[in-house]
Design a protein around this ligand. Structure first.
Ligand code: NOJ
Length: 452
């Protein structure tokens, strides 16, 4: 036995990273338009104005997905394409784009998975305070309703938020992503709380208005520890690190998972913050809104840390040795995360798991033979998916795997310098060239992973 028969083999993308057409058909600006057009924020001053031009080429892209044998495609909706001011006036042209995309996918036999928020907050809402304004949870619910009304006759898989940690901490605390703020930990938690409320209200909205039965989940990017050895001590240490690594402060998984999945902020974190914990942000009934019943937990997984037991602190992080296996961004290749992270999270939160993103960036180019040879991406995926299969065979309820990404795209502050795609994009001509990994994944899907 390997992966279940109905396992969801997919690939993923996000609106700002691939669509382009940033100023067309009534789309309003998002914080990413503003940020990428601000000098010095993105490598090489790249921006998503054109990106992969998926907005105009989606039919060609869906054809490539179909030829690959994809069962599912995860994409996000640009909030400001649908509601240019974030609330109020609906941009029908924007909605039509997503409606046509959904039709095209279904015609190709590919199940759409919609992410409602993948970081491109409408600029108009940021100008009203963005995540700092408690009203944002209602704005998000209104936007969700617009999308659900338009697409839920055909779409049944919904993901509310993508990587809240990155959006809040990279975007508002470290200032490396849009909108580029640097707030305190206390303030970051206030932003998170409003985002959590937005998630909760979106789930309620989908459940209430969806025209057919649906699966709803959220997609965090938990830090993952893998045990240094097979001993029980190291296993427990890796679990403790993954579930509640207090020394990582507001980066600890508990802050980002517990409110959504068990309805409370982590006690160890609150204790560690002391007076800096903004307890007044929690109003009566908030935690009930935030903690909605979900159908699955999506996880984005790329790398991990090797953890050893330590008598004093419980665990310690083993530094990667010099010359460790790494991708173009120097992220360590740690395949075992796709065994241990689903295991630890399933044991704790008891929700079916979908790997919503996994993949790697490499300096790929088109060879003289016209092909893109990316043996290390194949090796990466092979190793990671093998570990996922082991977890599945050990009884962890894993429903799907989405490769990141369907195509090379705008890698946020790294611009077009990084290539995570299974399909190579020439950013001058916008020509698509399937990489060797595209064909490798095609074969894996064909065999439902039994060939690894
Ligand atoms: C996670 C994000 O969701 C995605 O947008 C990004 O491109 C990948 N990680 C790779 O960094």
């Amino acid at each position: 036995m390997g992966f279940p028969k109905d396992f969801i083999w997919g690939a993923a993308s996000a609106s700002y990273q691939i669509e382009g057409a940033a100023f067309e058909d009534g789309r309003g600006p998002s914080v990413w338009d503003t940020f990428s057009h601000t000098k010095g924020k993105v490598k090489n001053e790249d921006n998503g104005d054109i990106a992969c031009d998926h907005y105009h080429r989606f039919r060609e892209d869906v054809k490539l997905m179909k030829d690959m044998g994809l069962k599912a495609y995860r994409f996000s909706i640009s909030w400001s394409r649908v509601l240019p001011e974030g609330i109020g006036r609906i941009n029908e042209d924007g909605l039509s784009f997503y409606s046509d995309l959904v039709d095209e996918l279904l015609k190709a036999g590919i199940e759409p998975f919609i992410t409602l928020f993948h970081w491109d907050l409408p600029q108009a809402l940021y100008d009203k305070g963005g995540w700092r304004n408690r009203d944002i949870s209602d704005w998000f619910a209104q936007y969700t309703k617009v999308v659900v009304d338009a697409l839920s006759d055909r779409v049944s898989n919904w993901m509310t938020l993508n990587e809240p940690l990155c959006h809040i901490l990279l975007g508002h605390y470290l200032g490396e992503h849009a909108p580029g703020e640097k707030v305190s930990s206390t303030e970051a938690l206030r932003l998170l709380h409003n985002m959590n409320l937005a998630h909760g209200k979106a789930v309620q909205t989908i459940r209430k208005h969806a025209k057919k039965p649906c699966n709803i989940g959220v997609v965090p990017n938990p830090y993952s520890g893998v045990p240094a050895t097979d001993t029980k001590e190291d296993l427990d240490a890796a679990r403790a690190f993954t579930i509640s690594g207090t020394s990582r402060g507001i980066f600890s998984n508990g802050w980002w998972l517990d409110p959504l999945l068990i309805g409370e902020y982590p006690k160890y974190g609150i204790e560690a913050m002391g007076n800096e914990f903004p307890a007044d942000m929690i109003k009566d009934g908030d935690m009930e809104i935030i903690c909605q019943k979900l159908d699955f937990l999506g996880i984005n997984v790329y790398t991990g840390l090797v953890i050893k037991h330590d008598d004093v602190h419980g665990y310690k992080v083993c530094p990667h040795r010099n010359g460790y296996d790494q991708n173009a961004l120097k992220w360590a290749v740690v395949p075992k995360v796709l065994y241990y992270l689903p295991k630890f999270l399933y044991e704790r939160y008891k929700l079916p798991i979908i790997v919503a993103e996994n993949g790697t960036t490499l300096p790929d180019w088109v060879s003289l033979d016209g092909k893109v040879h990316d043996p290390n991406r194949i090796d990466y995926m092979h190793r990671y998916i093998k570990e996922l299969k082991r977890a599945s065979m050990d009884g962890i309820d894993i429903r799907g795997y989405f490769a990141w990404s369907i195509m090379d795209n705008f890698e946020w502050s790294e611009g077009y310098n990084e290539r995570f795609g299974l399909i190579h994009i020439d950013f001058n001509t916008l020509k698509r060239t399937p990489k060797d990994s595209y064909y490798w994944y095609q074969n894996l899907i064909l065999h439902n992973g039994d060939n690894i």
